[in-house]
Design a protein around this ligand. Sequence first.
Ligand code: FNR
Length: 369
Amino acid sequence: MASQNDAPIVSLLTPYKMGNFNLSHRVVLAPLTRLRSYNNLPQPHAILYYSQRTSPGGLLISEATGVSDTSQGSMNTPGIWTKDQVEAWKPIVNGVHAKGGIFFCQIWHVGRVSSSVYQPNGQAPISSTDKPLKQQMGNNGAEEPQFTPPRRLRIDEIPHIVNDFRLAARNAIEAGFDGVEIHGAHGYLLEQFMKDKVNDRCDEYGGSLENRCRFALEVVEAVVKEIGAERVGVRLSPFTEHEECGDSDPKALGLYMANALSRYNILYCHMVEPRMKNALEVVECTHSLVPMRKAFKGTFIAAGGYGREDGINAVAENRTDLVAYGRLFLANPDLPKRFGLDAPLNKYNRQKFYSSHPVIGYTDYPFLE
Ligand code: FNR
C-alpha cells in the first residue's frame, strides 16, 4: 500500500469503523491478566496502566474480569459482580475515556482452572466435567496452588451461570465500559464446554458441536439481550490447547462459532491464531483464521504472536480488520505510535507479568522520548 506521494501507508494505523465506534487505528490492546487487583477489587494504579495504553480512537480490552464468586482461579484478578467492584472500575474507565479510548471489559469464568481456596466455602470449582487438570500448576506463569478436581455442573445450574454473565455485562455498562468481550478462549469455563477433549457430557450440553456450543451461545444471547449486540464481542481460541483444553476438530468448531455468532449480529469476533500452542507459546502451524474471518459478518480481530510487519500485512491483505497485541502492548504503552514511526520496541519482562507490584513491570515501561 502507498499514499499519493508514495510514502508507505501503515495499514495498521488506518481508521476503521467498528459498529458505532470510530477507531483511529487497528492496534488493539489484548486482554492481559496482571494480578494487581487486590481482593478482586480493581485498584487505583490501574487508572495509570490503562490510560498509558490509550490513544484517541484506540480500542482497549480489559484484563479478564470475574462474573461471580465462583469465577476466580488466581489471586488478585478483578471482578465485576459486586457494587464495590463496579465503583472501583469507574475511575479506570473514565481515565481511558478522558484520552478518547474505547474500552471493552473482558468477562470470564475460569471453571476448573481453579482451586478450592478461591471458591466460596472452599467448595470444588465447577466445569462441564469432573475430570481434573493433570498439571499441578497454572501454565500462565503465575505462582498458583494446585488445581482442585472440579464438580460437573448440573443442567439446572447452567442458567444461573448464564445469568451471572448477563449481570456482569450490565455491571460493565454501569461502570462506563463501551461494551464487553465474553471470554470464550484459553481453556476456561466456556471452552470447557465447547471442546470435546474436556467435555464428556451425555446431556444436551455435550456430544455434538451444537450441544457443546449451546452454553456459550446461551451466554451470548443473554448478554446481547441485556446490553445490545452492538456492544458485544466474543474471544475464541479453537486451535489453542491452553489449560489442557483441546478439540479434535478445531476448524469445525471455529467455523461453527463464527457462523453462530454472525446470527446474533454481535459487534466483533476476536480469535487467537492457530500458531498459539497455548496463550503464550508460538509453534509452526499450517492452519489459518481466514475461513473463520470469512464466515463471520462483523468486525474480526486476530491475536497471537503478531509483530509490526505481519500485523501490517494481515490488515493490508484483509485477513483481519484489527490486530490485538498482548506482550508488545504490555511493554510498549505507546505501541501504535512506535509502529507508525517503526521505532524500536521495549522488551517485556516476563517475570513481572503476574507480580502484584503496583508499578514495577506495570506502569514503568518507558514511552518514546
Ligand atoms: C494473556 N492473555 C490473556 N488472554 C485473555 O483472553 N484474557 C486474559 O486475561 C489474558 N491474560 C494474559 C496475561 C498475560 C500477562 C499475557 C502475556 C497474556 C493472552 C493474550 O491476550 C494474548 O492472546 C497473548 O499474549 C498472545 O498475544 P501476543 O502477546 O503474542 O501479542
